[in-house]
Each structure stands twice: as structure tokens, then as C-alpha cells.
Design a protein around this ligand. Structure first.
Ligand SMILES: *[C@@H]1O[C@H](CO)[C@@H](O)[C@H](O)[C@H]1NC(C)=O
Ligand SMILES: *[C@@H]1O[C@H](CO)[C@@H](O)[C@H](O)[C@H]1NC(C)=O
Ligand SMILES: *[C@@H]1O[C@H](CO)[C@@H](O)[C@H](O)[C@H]1NC(C)=O
Ligand SMILES: *[C@@H]1O[C@H](CO)[C@@H](O)[C@H](O)[C@H]1NC(C)=O
Length: 451
């Protein structure tokens, strides 16, 4: 009872106009009417978007912002779809009131969707998940591709090499394939790219060969068509890795950094998103300081429509400091001095910027439509980041300025809480990026084991 009456209270407070407020009878009626109106508006907007020319467009007439963006972001299938599925006015951020702090339902501040469930299941995973790595010897001609590296991985695609290295030394490994939940194909996309015998062009046929070999030598591939097999890739070329083996493309679990749910080759729920992490040691100074002078910071080259839009709107702004051009090293001073650090989609939805921001205690602002964010099955990204749609770039400053100091301090303390989930350690530490990735795999294991 308490629940439903508070729901009614909320609805009447937020949804019904003042003349309806408190009048119980009108609630279902007004909901029905508003649903009809919404359906009508939706049909009107989408049909006019897709089937008629721009001059008869509801959006553009009423919103100079969207026409500005439209001029700046050239038409493409992706952009068209963006507009169909999202409207700038439905962005929850543009209404302010981030966590409902002025109401009585401040639960969006939890960093986990369900902490108890996660903890319990994590322990179960830690006890029972078993992985079989296809074994290869040091004298294999492609040992450099197949075996873990013996140094600390560095650079943009370190996540891929770290995962394999840490997994190889972990308690999840079994030598007995009959007790394995999952089978790891240990080829490295990053190493293939640099091997002159393979390169980007040879990657697909190498993988085709590899899968042919394991399916001839072992019985495990044929049992499931690869559905209990996985591989890991951080470079976006991994997206095309399976193109010559259709069975693999549809079945294998891909653990990848480039996890855009709007491109072919990545299937959310089957595949898993892994964070791109530039490995760093130790703790930056004053990482938890709330006294950050800059409102927002961005650095990067201009290689995407979203970044062009950012440059055009905020290129000269002093509150939003955007540095366009290649920064050799991440600018630690800037990341420590800004309240918000922008991650703006470049060629791909992913870069190491989000994790850099988190590392430096700077609340990430994510401008990367369709990014299947890492560990989103576990973590409530709304509690420690601000997700903004491209269409809202012109109102970005307003969105960020509207976040109160109280809300900001919640966001930032949550950013610091999730730091441990975005770090690699060798050997792994509980709840770090390795364990989180293992948990994502655990969620994707088959429930029926084939024997
Ligand atoms: C996970 O397993 C490792 C190795 O057995 C152990 O050291 C660690 O404490 C476990 N963590 C949890 C949360 O159970
Ligand atoms: C597949 O097996 C053949 C024959 O043993 C070997 O020459 C080749 O290098 C293997 N290829 C891969 C990609 O493992
Ligand atoms: C798996 O299936 C392929 C194609 O049907 C077959 O050639 C191969 O011998 C099978 N592998 C095993 C280990 O039986
Ligand atoms: C930024 O400043 C430059 C040089 O003054 C000017 O050409 C450009 O139009 C300005 N951009 C914006 C978005 O105001």
C-alpha cells in the first residue's frame, strides 16, 4: 500500500498538471491521454524524419539547436537512427534533478545495480568458474600470438594483453577440459596486427585456420559450434576477426573494448564490453579534491562528427576547456583540475579517456551514442558519470552547470569508489578489471554443460 500510494504521489507530482493534482479519478484517464499524445507525437516525429524532407520537421522548427547540430553532423544512417530513438527533450539530464534529491527516492546514487546479488554471485563465480586455455608450446611458430607476454603490458591496447597474462596465472584455469565452463582461444589481435606474417589483412584467415585446427584436434568446438568459446580484443579491428568463420561470428563470446551496439559484429548480451585502460601505477595527488577550477576538460584529435560539433560549439569556451590536437601524454594537471572530463566518440566509441578520468577522480562525461559501457551489467553508470547525447552538445554547459555541488560530490565520490574496477593488477586483486571481466564471462556461460 505504502508503495503504491507513494507512486501515485510521485506521478501526480511530476506528471499531472496542477489542475489534476490530487484528483485520483483523473490519473488513469490522464495517463491514457498522455500515452495517446506520445504515440501520436512519436509517429509524427519519426515519419516526418524518415520519409519527408527536412523542411517539414517538427524538431527543427521548434528547436534551433537541433538544426545547428544537423548542419554540423552530416547525415548518416547512424545519425538518422539517433534522432529516431532519442529526442533532445527526453534527455533525463536536461531536466536537472540528477538523483531526485529534491524528492525522496535518491537510489540512483548506488554504484551497483544490486550490490547484494552481485557480491553473492561474484563469490560463487570465484569458487566455481573454470576456464580451459587451448595449450600451445613455446616453440610454436606463432607463440608470440598465442602465449601470454612476459612483461607488463603498456599503451592503448594493454587490456587485451593484461587479461591473457593475468588469466594464465589465475585460479580460474583448469587443465581438465571436462570441468571447464568456457574455452579460451588465446590468439592476440594486437600481436597479429604487428606480426608481418599476418597483419590486419591476414588476421581473418589466421583465425579461420586456428579454429579449423582446434576443431580437428579437440572435440569441444564441435559440441557447441563455439558457443562456450571466447577470445579477447581491445583494438577495434577485432570486430572483423571472425568474418571468415560464420559459425564463430554468431556463437563465440567476444570480450572487446570496441563495444558499440550499433555496429554489426558486436552483439550485446552474447559479447562483453571490456574497458580500455592505459595502465597507471600509484595514486595521483589530491585525487579526491572537490576544489577543481575547470568545469570540463577534453583533449583529442578531431576525427568524428561529435568532436566537430564540440569544437564548433565549445572551441573557445573558458569553462569547457577543449584541447584539439594530439596530446602525447594524458594531461594529469588538467584531469586533476577539472570537475568533469569529456569522453567524446572518435573513430570508435571507446578510448582510454573514461578510465583516465576515473583514475584522476574527474567525473566522466560520456558523449558516445550506442556505447555498451564496460561492466554495465554490474555498475550503475548513472551514479558516477554523466551520459549526454550528441544532440545535447549545444546545451552541455547548462547540463553540467545545473549539477549542484551536492550532486557533484556524490558523483565524484562514486567515481573514486569505482576506480578499483578499472585497474589491472598482476596478479589480480579482487574486484579489479580482471575479476570484473571474469564476472561478465560468468554471466554469459551456458547454463547447461554439454558432456
Ligand atoms: C577469490 O578467490 C581467490 C583465490 O582463491 C581468493 O584469494 C579471494 O579471496 C576470493 N575472493 C572472494 C571475494 O571470495
Ligand atoms: C594449424 O595446424 C597446422 C598443422 O599442424 C599448422 O602448421 C598451423 O600453423 C596451425 N595454424 C594455426 C593458426 O594454429
Ligand atoms: C568436427 O567437425 C568437423 C566438420 O564436420 C570434422 O571434420 C571434424 O573431424 C570434427 N572434429 C572432431 C574432433 O571430431
Ligand atoms: C573562436 O575564435 C576564433 C578566433 O577568434 C574564431 O574564428 C571562431 O569563429 C571562434 N569560434 C566560435 C565557436 O566562436
Amino acid at each position: 500500500m505504502a508503495k503504491s500510494s507513494s507512486l501515485c504521489h510521485l506521478i501526480s507530482q511530476h506528471r499531472c498538471s496542477t489542475s489534476f493534482g490530487g484528483t485520483f479519478f483523473f490519473l488513469p484517464l490522464s495517463l491514457a491521454i498522455s500515452t495517446l499524445v506520445l504515440i501520436f507525437l512519436y509517429n509524427f516525429c519519426t515519419t516526418s524524419k524518415v520519409f519527408t524532407s527536412n523542411d517539414n520537421n517538427l524538431y527543427q522548427e521548434s528547436s534551433p539547436i537541433s538544426s545547428l547540430i544537423q548542419q554540423m553532423i552530416p547525415f548518416s544512417f547512424e545519425n538518422a537512427a539517433d534522432e529516431i530513438f532519442f529526442s533532445p527533450r527526453s534527455s533525463p539530464m536536461s531536466k536537472g534533478n540528477l538523483f531526485g534529491l529534491d524528492g525522496n527516492y535518491a537510489k540512483n546514487t548506488e554504484i551497483y545495480h544490486d550490490e547484494d546479488l552481485f557480491q553473492q554471485d561474484y563469490k560463487e563465480m570465484n569458487r566455481s568458474l573454470k576456464i580451459y586455455i587451448y595449450p600451445h608450446t613455446k616453440d610454436h611458430p606463432y607463440a608470440n600470438i598465442l602465449l601470454p607476454v612476459d612483461y607488463d603490458p603498456k599503451g592503448h591496447y594493454a587490456s587485451e594483453l593484461y587479461f591473457k597474462k593475468v588469466l594464465s596465472g589465475s585460479h580460474f584455469i583448469t587443465q581438465n577440459p571436462s570441468e571447464a565452463n568456457l574455452f579460451f582461444m588465446p590468439f592476440s589481435i594486437v600481436e597479429m596486427r604487428h606480426d608481418p606474417r599476418i597483419g590486419v589483412e591476414g588476421m581473418q584467415s589466421f583465425i579461420k585456420q586456428y579454429i579449423y585446427n582446434i576443431s580437428q584436434t579437440y572435440p569441444y568446438w564441435n559440441r557447441t559450434g563455439g558457443a562456450d568459446h571466447f577470445y579477447v580484443a581491445c583494438h577495434s579491428i577485432g570486430r572483423f576477426a571472425m568474418d571468415q568463420v560464420f559459425e564463430a561470428k554468431f556463437n563465440v563470446i567476444q570480450v572487446v573494448c570496441s563495444s558499440s551496439y550499433f555496429v554489426a559484429g558486436y552483439v550485446p548480451h552474447k559479447d562483453a564490453s571490456m574497458p580500455q585502460i592505459w595502465p597507471r601505477q600509484g595514486n595521483p595527488p589530491d585525487v579526491d579534491s572537490l576544489k577543481r577550477k575547470q568545469l570540463a576538460f577534453f583533449a583529442g584529435t578531431i576525427n568524428s562528427p561529435a568532436r566537430v560539433a564540440l569544437l564548433k560549439v565549445w572551441g573557445n569556451d573558458t569553462a569547457i576547456f577543449a584541447h584539439f590536437g594530439r596530446l602525447e601524454t594524458p594531461d594529469a594537471d588538467q584531469l586533476l583540475d577539472a570537475k568533469f572530463c569529456l569522453h567524446v566518440k572518435g573513430f570508435e566509441v571507446n578510448t582510454a579517456r573514461i578510465v583516465d578520468a576515473i583514475y584522476y577522480g574527474c567525473v566522466p562525461v560520456i558523449l558516445a551514442n550506442h556505447y555498451d559501457l564496460p561492466f554495465a551489467d554490474i555498475l550503475n553508470w548513472e551514479s558516477f558519470s554523466v551520459v549526454v547525447h550528441y544532440m545535447d552538445i549545444p546545451v552541455l554547459k547548462k547540463i553540467l552547470q545545473r549539477i549542484s555541488l551536492e550532486e557533484y560530490s556524490i558523483l565524484q565520490s562514486n567515481t573514486l569508489k569505482v576506480r578499483k574496477h578499472f585497474q589491472w593488477n598482476d596478479p589480480a586483486l579482487d574486484y579489479d578489471a580482471f575479476y570484473m571481466t571474469m564476472y561478465e564471462l560468468w554471466l554469459r556461460r551456458g547454463s547447461v554443460k554439454v558432456n
